[in-house]
Design a protein around this ligand. Structure first.
Ligand code: GRF
Length: 195
């Protein structure tokens, strides 16, 4: 019996790329239902670009700045690179650009995002500070499908971590990040297995 070919995934980043690295590693493990074939950063100085290359994955920088206010033109350049690489699914991992309806609709059901809160709590930025400020007992992260509303798409999986006395945004974000690195590959695998 031949195993199905792994689903080809692109990871879009803007920064450090620690989730990207976790996805690349998981995708390189034997029997993984997905493989990261391409990383795209909109930031030329994103740390994740060198990490992806060191792991043997093609990494492109597609700076949004030359496109000015034309978000869709930037996304069309991204989409062309995705299509050249035969990408079947997108994983957003710290990609700090709002997406246009054009890209969201084109990849509907095939684009995932990770967000550092237990959605629907705390969409947007500064999630850890907001959880601490609210006095929550726990925090966590969510992987969801991307829809037009920011951080609003159907939830595919969540991981919870305790919020400890004395936690700062930095300490909480570190604890959540560890959970993210386990959650994202697991949820992406499941979504790829389910076709
Ligand atoms: C993560 O906290 C992720 O949940 C959020 O952006 C951060 C990206 O971190 N969307 P990294 O670049 O993966 O290290």
């Amino acid at each position: 019996m031949t195993l199905p070919q792994p689903v080809k995934v692109a990871v879009l980043i803007s920064g450090a790329g620690s989730n990207m690295a976790a996805l690349i590693d998981a995708g390189q493990a034997a029997g993984s239902p997905f493989e990261v074939v391409l990383v795209i950063s909109n930031q030329p100085d994103a740390g994740g670009v060198a990490i992806a290359e060191a792991k043997g994955v093609t990494a492109l920088t597609l700076d949004h700045r030359p496109f000015g206010k034309d978000r869709e033109a930037h996304e069309r350049a991204i989409d062309a690179a995705l299509s050249d690489a035969g990408v079947e699914r997108i994983a957003l991992a710290g990609y700090m650009r709002l997406l246009t309806p054009w890209l969201v609709q084109k990849w509907a059901g095939r684009m995932l995002n990770i967000h550092p809160s237990l959605l629907p709590l705390y969409p947007g930025l500064d999630t850890h500070a907001r959880a601490i400020e609210a006095g929550d007992a726990e925090a966590g992260c969510t992987v969801h499908l991307v829809t037009e509303g920011v951080d609003e798409g159907p939830i595919l999986g969540q991981a919870r971590v305790p919020l400890l006395p004395g936690d700062t945004s930095a300490s909480l974000s570190q604890r959540v990040r560890v959970a993210e690195h386990a959650l994202y590959p697991a949820v992406l695998s499941e979504s790829c297995r389910n076709g």
